[in-house]
Each structure stands twice: as C-alpha cells, then as structure tokens.
Ligand binder design. Structure first.
Ligand code: NAD
Length: 351
C-alpha cells in the first residue's frame, strides 16, 4: 500500500475536509498534513482546534486557483499526495450564483491537476485524489442505483461543476498518466456540518423553535453516510485504489427528506424534554428547489469488494451522536449563524 509522508489537503477547514484531517492524523501520526483553504463562509478554523498545535500540521490560507502558490507548496512540502476537498458545495447557492462554482470547482481542480502533473514528474509515487459526489450522476426514479459506469448527467450548476472537475481528472489520467483517483460519495452527515444543510438546519431551528423548511412534498430521497465512514473510505482509496479508477462511496441508507426531519424532531423532543410531536408542528413545506433531483442512491459494491471498505456507523447511532454533538457545541453553531449566514438565510427562506 501507498504510505505518504506528506499530503496536501485542500478545503480542510470545511465539513468533510476537517473531519478527514482529524481521522487521518489520528491514524497516520507520522504523516505531515498541509491544509490549503481560502476560508470562504464555509471554512472554519475552529473545526481544527484539536490539531492546530500538532507539529505535523500546517495551515495555509490561500486559493486553489493560485497556481504559483500550489506549485510552491507541492515542492517545498515534498507532497506525496493531494486530497482535493475544496469546493463550493451548496446546491441552493449554485442556483442563485453559479459563477463561483465554475471558478472554484472547475478552474480550481484544473489548477491543482496541472501543478500535480509538473510535481509528479519529480515524485514517481505521487497520487492525486478528487473528492466528488453522487450528484454528478443526476437523478434516479424509484428503482436502481448509481454505479461507477452510470453516465454523468448533472442537473444543478453545483453538480455540473463537480462533473466538469471529474472529467478533467479523467483527462489528466488518460492524457498525462497523472495517477488520479476519483471518489463519488452520497450525502454526508456528522459534526462540523454547516447549518445551511438539511440535518444541522433542522437541529438548529428546532432548538430555536423556528419553522422547519422542507422542499416540495418532502419525498426526495437521499442516501446518508456518516462523515467518518466517508473519511475512512477516502483513506482506503488513497492507499489502495488503482490509479485512473472511480470509486463510489455510500451508506446503503436511503431516507426520504420528510422522514429524516421527523426522526430529528422526535430525537430532539426527547433530548429537550418537549412533548412528543411538538417539534413536528414546526414543519413548513416550502416551494421546491428548481431542478430538484428526486432520488440518489449509490452502489458502493466496487469499493467494498476491491478495497474492503464498509460503513461502521449505523444510522441510528450516527444521527443520535450528531444531535448530541450539536447540542454540546452550541457556541460553534451560534457563531456561524450570527454572521453573514443570517443574510443568506433571509434571502433563501425569508425569515
Ligand atoms: P464545505 O463547503 O463544508 O467546505 C468547503 C471548503 O473549501 C471550505 O473550507 C472552503 O473555505 C474551501 N474552499 C472553497 N473555495 C476554495 C478555494 N478557492 N481555495 C481554497 N479553499 C476553498 O464542503 P464539504 O461538504 O466539506 O465538501 C467537501 C467536498 O466533498 C466537496 O468537494 C464536495 O463536493 C464533496 N462532497 C460533499 C458531500 C456532502 O454531503 N457534504 C457529499 C459528497 C461529496
């Protein structure tokens, strides 16, 4: 297996990147981790307090589109692998402002690939891993699953920009033989999830007794995976994956949005000592998101078969722990929702 001595993580101050850094550094204490993050609204160094003083960790505030900076970091840190998480990641924001999605997700990926190509010439064992999403495959009906062979058919500016990035990754393997790996994962949940996303949004609004906005009829289906299971899968792919390949990652854990909201309501009622059913009364159906994909479901059989990966969390345990994490980290949430996020929220939900 591939054993890197130094890795560059991009977007390590975001939700999945920060969870990955925690898990990876715990399991690979001798590997140096350089985190390149520009700290957009979604980037938060408080997610990384537990590693910030670790001598093997270095944070660099910078842009993945800054080619000289990326080249300099790869060379000076003798990077063996790039793990590319940085992105604009929220579908709703891609509908109101698609341009930054193309810049960060497409141009940013191309900048990293190009710098990696030059750097790989000096480090033969180098690997590049692209973290992507099942949303690149588009939407499913009530049957079937996405496999790695499913044609890309993105429907939102977000997923289109991620698909564009994935195709560049493929091209850098085919054209330049850059040793690339590409993971595509379903919806993640867990600690440090930005409160604009479904599960933390519900937890927060229930606390505040605010309306719980649910899109359309609430029957859109998503497959949910704990972020720690996603992190473990990425590490497997990095170390044992075959260059040029795509690996699907998923929890085989499909939920209709409304059922997730009900579950979170009920667990929160228990924890807050509220009457059963009280939080469900806050549910408000809002106008559906345009182009809202009906169902995502991932077939992760290849990743399980070839790399021996599988989720360790049951959803029951994962969601309960996540709710407890948010309740124990209210300060983290409050700081975020009191900043520029408030303006976004008002624009989106008008409340
Ligand atoms: P996030 O929005 O929480 O974090 C993104 C991070 O990237 C932030 O820290 C941000 O500051 C940083 N960033 C943005 N633009 C940058 C730039 N130009 N230069 C440097 N840093 C920049 O996102 P996330 O949910 O952690 O997602 C991480 C990756 O995983 C993304 O590529 C996303 O497409 C993918 N993904 C997410 C999910 C999910 O459920 N959240 C599922 C599958 C795949």
């Amino acid at each position: 297996t591939f054993a890197p001595a130094a890795v560059l993580v991009t977007g390590g101050a975001g939700f999945i990147g920060s969870n990955f850094i925690h898990n990876f550094m715990a399991g690979n204490p001798d590997c140096r981790v350089v985190n390149l993050d520009i700290l957009t609204y979604a980037g938060n160094l408080k997610n990384l307090r537990a590693v910030q003083d670790n001598p093997h960790y270095r944070f660099v505030k910078g842009d993945i589109c800054d080619a000289p900076l990326v080249a300099q970091l790869l060379a000076e840190e003798k990077i063996d692998a790039v793990l590319h998480f940085a992105a604009e990641s929220h579908v709703d924001r891609s509908i109101t402002g698609p341009e930054i999605f193309v810049r960060t997700n497409v141009l940013g990926t191309q900048t990293l690939l190009e710098a990696s190509r030059a750097h790989a010439a000096t480090r033969p064992a180098f690997r590049y891993l692209q973290v992507s999403t099942d949303e690149v495959y588009g939407s499913l009906g009530s049957e079937g699953f996405f496999t790695e062979e499913t044609p890309l058919a993105p429907n939102s500016p977000y997923s289109a920009s991620k698909a564009g990035a994935d195709l560049l990754v493929r091209a850098y393997f085919e054209t330049f033989r850059l040793p690339t790996l590409n993971t595509r994962c379903s919806n993640n949940y867990g600690p440090y999830h930005f409160p604009e996303k479904l599960i933390p949004l519900m937890i927060h609004n229930i606390m505040e007794k605010k309306a719980l906005p649910v899109y359309g009829d609430g029957l859109n289906v998503r497959d949910w995976l704990h972020v720690k299971d996603h992190s473990a899968a990425i590490e497997r792919v990095l170390k044992q994956g075959k260059p040029g390949e795509v690996y699907n990652i998923g929890g085989n854990n499909e939920w209709r949005n409304i059922d997730i909201v009900h579950l979170v309501c009920d667990l929160m009622d228990e924890r807050l000592g509220r009457a059963a059913g009280e939080s469900r009364k806050l549910i408000t159906f809002v106008k559906d998101r345009p182009g809202h994909d009906r169902r995502y479901a991932i077939d992760a059989a290849k990743t399980k078969r070839e790399l021996g990966w599988g989720p360790s969390y049951t959803f029951e345990r994962g969601i309960a722990e996540t709710i407890d994490w948010y309740l124990a980290n209210q300060e983290w949430v409050t700081e975020i929702v009191s900043g520029s996020y408030r303006e976004y929220y008002q624009q989106q939900y008008g409340a």
